[in-house]
Structure formats: structure tokens, C-alpha cells
Design a protein around this ligand. Structure first.
Ligand code: FAD
Length: 357
């Protein structure tokens, strides 16, 4: 198949917000590039989020380079659908060369280039930017008895609104924004119990994603010079978006410690306390979708790929964009991906020039 491989200087894998931000800068730099995306339609993970999800920052702080997200017509913080509409328009506005649906299966070293194998043929690239996100690898921690539970278990990634939870007895696991927003919604229709492994941290009403992003940036800069930065919170702390505030005021945002095992009828703690439930919602996060990079053998003990900025230490022709703080401050958020993409593409363009000499 390599005889018919299509060749570009830079191939971006993933057409979510991170891939699009990279595309914007590659286009401006005049690069020869393409973006491959596994989905039928634009929007990345946002297309799969539950309808009531609200971003934790206003539109102007949730924007990609060049063009700001328009404020939502209904006011307030943008929804997942607003974000999908923005990413769809963004892609068209900058005529980004996104090819979909194309799923990348493997990236391998092949002489001077990287060979990218997909379900629709083979590509060759001098540099690959991987921006495949994390939505595709939901994480559920193991608890003894998890397989015995007779009720329904689902992950944040499967949640699509409260309709099927009427009158249920639900345990919601996890201390972040997803858990708080889903709890706020489910507590209006079901009996809910919230369990978290550490006491959840609810930010003051006036603090939103902007402050968290600034803090992530300061922490990153401080870490570079061996210092630490402190501030009002951390990415992962719960932003008091209006539905969460309303749930707090109803008194339902009280968390229990984490249970230690699961039975067929519910959950149990080490002191012998038990709780009957018929639904467990795991709001326990995601892991980066890096399976297509396995042939490069770059993963460290923590399952992540060590990088200098966005460039993989073990393979300088590979950049990783998005995913989390390990590839750039808050780079799994819209504003973080936007900023990280700029420096990543500047480095990629330098690499291409150096390569051609
Ligand atoms: P994705 O959106 O996942 O896009 C990756 C794309 O790559 C997808 O289209 C996927 O189909 C494709 N892909 C994956 N694997 C392959 C492959 N092998 N081959 C080809 N294509 C592939 N961020 C904020 O800024 N503000 C918020 O308020 C906010 N709230 C959030 C709330 C929740 C519940 C969650 C889960 C996240 C939230 N985020 C928020 C974080 C973040 O913005 C999103 O997770 C975002 O979707 C990450 O973008 P991405 O481009 O890195 O990845």
C-alpha cells in the first residue's frame, strides 16, 4: 500500500478543537498539510456531550485562534451544541482540509517520514501532530464486586440527559465538573447520592474557567523554573455554573466518601454501611486516546508519552496536542488548545525548514 500513499509535510490526526487550532496555524504558515478525523461530522467530543452541559467559561474565553466563539443566543455560558456549531463554522471559515471519516489505526517510522495507516489508505508525513483527545477512552476505576452489580452502570461518556432516570436510586461517582453538573440535573428527577475520593471543591460563584486557566498557566510557568504557584483553585475544581449553584442551594451537593465495594444491590463502605441503589454513574474521567501511536513505543510508565512541550521525546517528528496539562497548560480546553497550537506549529515549521537544509 505504501506505493499509493498520499504524502504531506504535516498530517494532523483528529479534527476536534485541538486539530482545528493546529490547522489554523498551519494554514497561516503556508504548510502542506491535511487533517484526518474519525467522525462523520465536525465538533470532536462536543458532539457526544449531554445536552445540558455548560462550558465553565464565557464564549470569548472559550475560543480558537482568529475568530471568537459567538456568545450563545440564549445568553449565559455556551452549551455543547453551541460549541459544535462554532467548531463547524470555524472549519468552514478557514477552509481547513479536514478529511472524514478517516480513522487512523497505526503510526510507524518509515525512513525519513512517518507512515500513517488508516481505514482509508496510507499516508506519509514528515511530521505528525496527534490531537485525538480523550473522550474515546472513558475510565472506570475497579472496585471489588463491580461485576456483580445487578443495576445499570454508565460513564459520563454514555450520559445523554435525565430522561431515563426518573424515580431511580442513583449513585454518582467523581469529584469534578461532570459529576457536579450531572448530579445537579439528576437530583431533580431521582434519589441521588454523591461519592468522591476527596472532598469536592466548589469554587466561589464569581470564579470561573478563566481564573482556572490563568492558574494553570502560572503553574506551568513556575514549574519550568522549579517553583510552584498557588491560587484559588485548579482545573478540575467545580465551577459554580448556574445549575450547580441551584443544586447547591437545594442542598443536594453533599458528598460522601468513596465506597469500598459494590454488591449486587448497591454499594458498601469499609465500616459496614451499605446503600441500596439501582444505578451507578461513573464520572471518573478519561484517558488519552493514544492507541494509534503504540507501534512507536513511546509510552512511559504512567501510560503517557514524555514530551518537551508538544514534541515527543522519543520521536521528534511527532507532536501531541490537546489531551491535558502534560502537553501544554490546560491544553485539553478550548483556550489552552488555541495557545498550545501556536507554539507547536511554530516549532513544526522550524523543524521542516531545518529538515530541508
Ligand atoms: P476531541 O474533541 O476528542 O477531538 C478529537 C478528534 O479526534 C475527534 O473528532 C475524534 O473522533 C478524532 N480521533 C480520535 N482518534 C482518532 C483516530 N485514531 N483517527 C482519526 N481521528 C481520531 N473545555 C473547555 O474549554 N471548557 C469547558 O467548559 C469544558 N468542559 C468540559 C466538560 C466535560 C464533561 C468534558 C469531558 C470536557 C470539557 N472540556 C472543556 C474539555 C475539552 O474542551 C474537551 O474534552 C475537548 O473536546 C478536547 O478537544 P480535543 O480536540 O483535544 O479532542
Amino acid at each position: 500500500p505504501t506505493a499509493t500513499a498520499r504524502a504531506v509535510d504535516v498530517l494532523v490526526i483528529g479534527g476536534g478543537q485541538a486539530g482545528l487550532a493546529a490547522g489554523y496555524h498551519l494554514r497561516r504558515a503556508g504548510a502542506d498539510f491535511a487533517v484526518l478525523d474519525a467522525q462523520e461530522q465536525p465538533g470532536g467530543a462536543w458532539r457526544h456531550a449531554w445536552p445540558s452541559l455548560r462550558l465553565f467559561s464565557p464564549a470569548q474565553y472559550s475560543s480558537l485562534p482568529g475568530w471568537m466563539m459567538p456568545p450563545p443566543p440564549a445568553g449565559g455560558y455556551p452549551s455543547a451544541a453551541d460549541t459544535v456549531a462554532y467548531l463547524t463554522d470555524y472549519e468552514q471559515r478557514y477552509q481547513l482540509p479536514v478529511i472524514r471519516p478517516v480513522s487512523v489505526r497505526a503510526v510507524r517510522r518509515s525512513g525519513a517520514s512517518l507512515q500513517v495507516e488508516t481505514d482509508a489508505g496510507v499516508w506519509r508525513a514528515r511530521i505528525v501532530i496527534s490531537a485525538t483527545g480523550a473522550w474515546w477512552r472513558p475510565y472506570v476505576p475497579y472496585y471489588p464486586g463491580i461485576g456483580d452489580f445487578a443495576g445499570r452502570q454508565l460513564h459520563t461518556a454514555d450520559y445523554d440527559g435525565p430522561a431515563s432516570f426518573d424515580g431511580r436510586n442513583v449513585v454518582i461517582v467523581g469529584g469534578g465538573n461532570s459529576a457536579a453538573q450531572i448530579l445537579a440535573e439528576l437530583s431533580a428527577v431521582a434519589a441521588t447520592t454523591w461519592v468522591t475520593s476527596r472532598p469536592p471543591r466548589l469554587l466561589p460563584d464569581e470564579v470561573d474557567g478563566r481564573a482556572l486557566f490563568d492558574l494553570a498557566t502560572r503553574r506551568h510557568q513556575a514549574a519550568l523554573v522549579g517553583e510552584s504557584a498557588t491560587g484559588i483553585g485548579a482545573l478540575g475544581d467545580i465551577v459554580s455554573v448556574p445549575p450547580v449553584r441551584e443544586a447547591r442551594d437545594r442542598g443536594v451537593l453533599k458528598a460522601e466518601p468513596m465506597f469500598t465495594r459494590i454488591t449486587s444491590e448497591g454499594v458498601a463502605w469499609s465500616d459496614g454501611t451499605t446503600l441500596a441503589c439501582n444505578t451507578i454513574v461513573w464520572c471518573t474521567g478519561f484517558r488519552p486516546a493514544l492507541g494509534h501511536l503504540a507501534p512507536l513505543r513511546l509510552r512511559g510508565a504512567d501510560g503517557l508519552i514524555p514530551t518537551d512541550g508538544t514534541r515527543a521525546l522519543g520521536e521528534p517528528r511527532l507532536h501531541l496536542l490537546g489531551y491535558g496539562d502534560w502537553t501544554g497548560p490546560a491544553s485539553a480546553t478550548l483556550i489552552g488548545a488555541a495557545r498550545t497550537a501556536r507554539t507547536a506549529v511554530a516549532e513544526v515549521m522550524q523543524q521542516l525548514v531545518a529538515d530541508a537544509r
